[in-house]
Ligand binder design. Sequence first.
Ligand code: ADP
Length: 296
Amino acid sequence: MTQGTAQVLAGPPAAAALLDEARRRAARLPHPPHLALVRVGEDPASVSYVRGKATKASEVGLSSHVHALPGDTTQADLLALIGTLNADPAVSGILVQLPLPAHLDPEPVLLAVNPAKDVDGLHPANTGALWNDHAGLRPCTPAGIMALLAHHGVPVRGQHAVIVGRSALVGRPVAGLLLNADATVTVAHRATPDLGAVTRGADILIVAAGQAHLITPDMVRPGATVVDVGINRVSTEDGRGRLTGDVHPDVAQVAGALTPVPGGVGPMTVAQLLMNTVIAAERQHAQPEVTGELVR
Ligand code: ADP
């Protein structure tokens, strides 16, 4: 057994603070923000994620509706639903649960969502705004990571942040957010030779590579802050499996602060989704013309 020394950057208290803020701000609006959750087919993980998002939404005073479409829904029918939700002024945010069944192409679907209602922050209008440090809706996991660091008092300005992974969902957008927060940013990925030489330069190391225990203690500068975005299922002797991160547990011996898996970044993602729904509703309330069919 190893005994960790790093400060634990726990997700639940930071998520609770974000949810409290969402609840407070939602209550100031004339109507509860409404989140439209779109899911296609009966993939058990998607069913459970969408149910969890709807439950959390009601806990912070948001209304939501699950639009559960049959597994054989056509691309045209799905796009028609998005169009209806875009045009409905009562809908503040639209989330299309991924992955979609194989016969559907996710890209045109994400492009069809009105950027003002794109609470996942994945529309190119929002990713472009993020990259240029303009107002927009930010992707949930990256924004949740920033909220987690802020909650635990981890300074970002002037720090060297190294990100392992360049995915559209995590690596790229978190690089943009850290840059906007005045960090010096390096992005490493599969083709980076000598990953450890890069990660050892990090004051803040964000790991989103989807590789269990990719980051070992020798790859971490003593005292660094390490954020583990990985969620990998590994088999156990009893056959039940367990979740583990992209960061080896022994990194706790070296790092100054470390997010646990589970219970680190995970809870931040849904909290940020609900915060994004409140932000979308606030902007639509202040500027009603963004909600209608005119803005796409
Ligand atoms: P996510 O689930 O975070 O969106 P993806 O599975 O889509 O991540 O992408 C994994 C990312 O991690 C890719 O950008 C890939 O280049 C990076 N990656 C995977 N394995 C390694 C590795 N061994 N070293 C460095 N980067 C890696």
